[in-house]
Ligand binder design. Structure first.
Ligand SMILES: NC(=O)c1ccc[n+]([C@@H]2O[C@H](COP(=O)([O-])OP(=O)(O)OC[C@H]3O[C@@H](n4cnc5c(N)ncnc54)[C@H](OP(=O)(O)O)[C@@H]3O)[C@@H](O)[C@H]2O)c1
Length: 262
């Protein structure tokens, strides 16, 4: 797939990995981008940062069904079709489950997965109207490995993985590819309150994710050989993996405390 001349809709393109993905799209020749995010100022800033792009700026919360319907309607009205949908917006609230606020549990489900279902649903007719369409969903390494203190967040991201695999098979007859990306810790606002380890840069994650989309890769998995080994161990010998996780239980707990970006 080539980027030149494509019409793209991205959720949460105003900061972090999403904004870096916009840079990748622009580098590849995309000039029509629709963005959904809550902060109006950050959305306005996009037009200054990417002067050659004609943006459709949609200020709103992806957890609001009307915002998603309006986005699809606007795209139909202005472009008539959509070539690439990127479900990127996400929030996290971590820590022991009994300490996470009820509304943060609801919101993670609403933003990280329900919005992905609904926006994809509304965009399918627009994607079918494209000659060559693609969907990129941003999951997480925690969507592959169920880790303590990230039970809720990880479950929403595991749902993104399952949704991606199912939709890839469902949309195969319509020439719409589906790629799912699984970043590990990445240096963005989302990780400001995370007291953990070395992180990938959002530029790198964005580059590989867009590359995966263009190559029609099914899964783009970050974290190198080590993460790959963990994924295999978790699948083939989950009790062994339990033991490994238990070894640094307290460190994991400490790193997750107060890790919240909603
Ligand atoms: N950073 C990591 O370590 C990491 C690791 C694995 C996976 N991921 C995933 O990668 C994706 C991007 O993460 P990031 O680190 O780039 O996050 P980020 O820096 O916090 O940026 C989040 C983006 O999503 C938008 N957003 C958040 N909630 C929204 C809502 N309810 N409605 C509309 N827009 C919303 C934000 O804009 P507004 O605040 O203006 O709405 C912002 O543009 C997420 O799905 C995240 O789960 C991140």
């Amino acid at each position: 797939m080539q980027l030149e001349g494509k019409n793209v809709l991205i959720t949460g393109g105003t900061r972090g990995i999403g904004k870096c993905m916009i840079q990748e799209l622009v580098n590849g020749g995309v000039r029509h981008i629709a963005v959904i995010a809550r902060d109006k100022q950050n959305l306005k800033q996009l037009s200054q940062d990417f002067e050659d792009v004609k943006f459709i700026r949609i200020t709103g919360d992806v957890a609001n069904i009307e915002v998603l319907r309006e986005a699809a309607a606007l795209i139909e009205d202005k472009w008539g079709h959509l070539d690439i949908l990127i479900n990127n917006a996400g929030i996290v609230s971590a820590g022991p489950l009994e300490d996470i606020q009820d509304e943060d549990l609801y919101d993670q489900v609403a933003v990280n997965i329900t919005a992905v279902f609904l926006l994809t649903k509304y965009c399918i007719p627009l994607l079918k109207a494209s000659k060559e369409a693609a969907i990129l969903n941003i999951s997480s390494g925690l969507g592959l490995l169920g880790m303590p203190f990230y039970a809720a967040y990880g479950s929403t991201k595991a749902a993104v993985r399952q949704f991606s695999d199912a939709m890839r098979r469902e949309l195969a007859p319509f020439n719409i590819s589906v790629t799912c990306s699984f970043p590990t810790a990445t240096d963005t606002d989302m990780m400001e309150k995370f007291k953990g380890r070395v992180m990938d840069s959002p530029e790198f994650v964005a580059h590989r994710s867009i590359e995966g989309l263009l190559n029609k890769e099914l899964h783009v998995i970050f974290g190198g050989e080590e993460r790959l080994r963990e994924n295999i161990m978790n699948f083939e010998a989950p009790k062994e993996f339990d033991k490994m996780v238990a070894q640094n239980y307290e460190d994991r707990k400490k790193a997750s405390l107060g890790h919240k970006a909603v």
